[in-house]
Design a binder for this molecule. Structure first.
Ligand SMILES: Nc1ncnc2c1ncn2[C@@H]1O[C@H](COP(=O)(O)OP(=O)(O)OP(=O)(O)O)[C@@H](O)[C@H]1O
Ligand SMILES: [Mg+2]
Length: 230
């Protein structure tokens, strides 16, 4: 008990644009994500789900309010420090995989840490360990993303997201481009990662996907309008 939260958001708002064209994407979000949490974020299109995920991932900053990751305030002014925090603490999984087709699966998996100068001395997992974590055979490491299926690509993208040993995995519609069998396989991987202690946030429109999470928050018009689960 008394563990430090992985993420802590207080009164977070996000306003895009200026003048007459402003959009209030988030309107006062309070949210705590604890170690080994598995959280689904649901809500209609435009309700602020991706905006929230980008702020959790230090890819964007709140207009007002504050956010801490692993007890460290995410700095508003210092973009270099934010990039460093993101590289060390965050793994991101996108709907459209975003793998580089010119590189092998191994190179894709190892890419994120080539840009990372870690100073916390944590040992990073090997490509072999990562590919096992996403339930794939080692032979896949030598293939290119164009030589594997969509479901396999998303599993490789998850392995890449784990490459930096992140504190939190953030996933924006990770099954949005997958059929139901592949969605089930990908969600099974999130389940086993979470059982092994990973902290996961999944944005989804799909209730079957949300059902894998231990708790769900619902967004509407930039506000949390419901919370279910632990
Ligand atoms: N870069 C941006 N500039 C201006 N407005 C934006 C920007 N990004 C998002 N918005 C607006 O902010 C609101 C929230 O957008 P967001 O992308 O967070 O919604 P979402 O819940 O992820 O929707 P979807 O389910 O369609 O992905 C929307 O009204 C959107 O049009
Ligand atoms: Mg979105």
């Amino acid at each position: 008990m008394n563990e430090r939260p992985i993420a802590y958001l207080q009164d977070v708002t996000k306003v895009y644009g200026s003048g007459r064209n402003t959009v209030a994407a988030l309107r006062g979000i309070n949210l705590q994500i604890d170690p080994a949490d598995f959280l689904a974020v649901v809500g209609p299109s435009g309700s602020g789900k991706s905006t929230l995920l980008h702020i959790l991932g230090c890819m964007d900053i709140p207009t007002t309010g504050s956010i801490e990751i692993d007890g460290e305030p995410v700095p508003r002014e210092n973009e270099r420090k934010r990039t460093q925090l993101r590289g060390e603490k965050i793994g991101f999984v996108f709907q459209a995989f975003h793998l580089l087709n010119e590189l092998s699966v191994r190179e894709n998996i190892e890419l994120p840490r080539m840009f990372l100068r870690r100073n916390d001395g944590k040992k990073l997992p090997t490509a072999e360990e990562l590919i096992e974590k996403v339930h794939m055979p080692l032979a896949v490491l030598d293939r290119r993303p164009t030589e594997i299926s969509g479901g396999e690509r998303q599993r490789v993208a998850i392995a890449r997201a784990l490459s930096n040993n992140p504190s939190m995995l953030l996933c924006d519609e990770p099954t949005g481009n997958l059929d139901s069998a592949n969605s089930t396989a990908v969600m099974g991987i999130f389940d086993s990662l979470n059982h092994a202690g990973a902290t996961i946030v999944v944005v989804t429109h799909n209730p079957e996907v949300a059902a894998h999470a231990a708790r769900t928050v619902s967004l509407k018009d930039g506000r949390i309008v419901g919370a279910v689960g632990a």
